[in-house]
Design a binder for this molecule. Sequence first.
Ligand code: EPZ
Length: 430
Amino acid sequence: MSKLIINGGNRLIGEAGIQGSKNSVLPILAATVLVKGESVIENCPLITDVEATVKILRYLGCKVKREGHTVTVDSTDADKYDIPDDLMREMRSSVVFLGAIIGRMGKASLSTPGGCEIGLRPIDLHLDSIQRFGVNIKEEYAKIEFETVKPLEGTNITLSFPSVGATENIILTACMAKGTTVIRNAAREPEISDLADFLNRCGAKISGTGEGTVVIEGVERLYPSKHRVIPDRIVAGTYMAAAAMTHGKIHISSVIPAHIAPVIPVFEEAGCDISIRGNDITLTAPPRLKSIKTVRTMPYPGFPTDMQAQIMAMTTVCHGTSVIIETIFESRYKHVSELLRFGAKIRVDGRMAVTEGIDKLTGASVISSDLRGGASLVLAGLAAQGKTAVDGVKFIDRGYENIEGVLASLGGSVTRSERNEADGAGEEQV
Ligand code: EPZ
């Protein structure tokens, strides 16, 4: 298991390009199952969740080529409709293949995607919605079987919660269903608009993504196309938080300002100066951050839950008391116990976390247990005095491409040490 070794205290100053969006590329790669022929997806980040997705595509019978940041998928010969348990376990968000497999094969079989560190992650909204297309669903033990006895028919769906994954699965199922599908209270995340942009390029007829009501006119067939994935707004926000916590200055190119807009006010309330020119954002941090009165995570365009851990890390060194309320996931505070090891002062009460900012964190040995929580520990290490070792880097590698390289290019002292389980060599005492 590799570790990140961080010597804290350096100001992060410089330019950072932003990788393609993990939460865009996963549903877009799944969508290629609907498209017979060779689709080319550009700006795919080099992260392990993409590797896991490629494994599933190949298992389904797709021919997949990966050249740097470009993934080419030819689904002409795809003939399987199940996702093996081990692949589902490797990445629970593989559930987004469901709509694409049903839309292409007319049936699907997958093991119930388990929960994860941040919550139980039920899929009831996915199942209830897919059933409305005339799909028979049989749940037994940990397996769920989907069968259509007649061609998929468009339908009207109102989501009780604007679930990102459920919205994506409905869109994928509806693309080639007969007739029209309307989704009300659809999720509005930019990644859903990116998925729709790809599908419309393939000949789908999807409108209204990013608003709240999405309309899909079913079509006979989709045709292969080329698509460039949007930049990752959460990765951009993460590196902005790194600069904010280290009295740094970061210039981020190729980000879409509207996508990062929900987090800008939080950085400004903390005393950062933000300037936006076209697709470039510059954040200049003050010598000491000010506290954040209240950050409440909400569905887009509210403050993103995927930035909660990173902003919490930032509040640990703000001057004063900050309050965070996590409204999306029921247990997305696993990073708190590890942040306390840096000397942070955080109290959690249900969905609310209260942080008393301190002058300086102290380096520590910590373990990440989920993707964004892991990123928050790296941020704390960058701001801390002394050395930090972050274990469990595999979680961070799920969504951040070369995190140590990007941070080092900004002046952070971050290296990856491959620790051999057997001899414990490379153990970094901190
Ligand atoms: C997507 O997960 C993202 N993952 C998550 O990013 C992100 O945190 C989340 O959306 C919210 O923005 C990908 O896009 C791959 P949801 P998803 O369905 O689709 C409940 C990251 O760090 N719910 O919008 O699973 C659910 O339990 C990851 O990049 C149901 O109750 O999120 C949660 O409380 C983490 N029933 C809430 O809705 C359902 O059927 C939001 O879930 C589905 C969801």
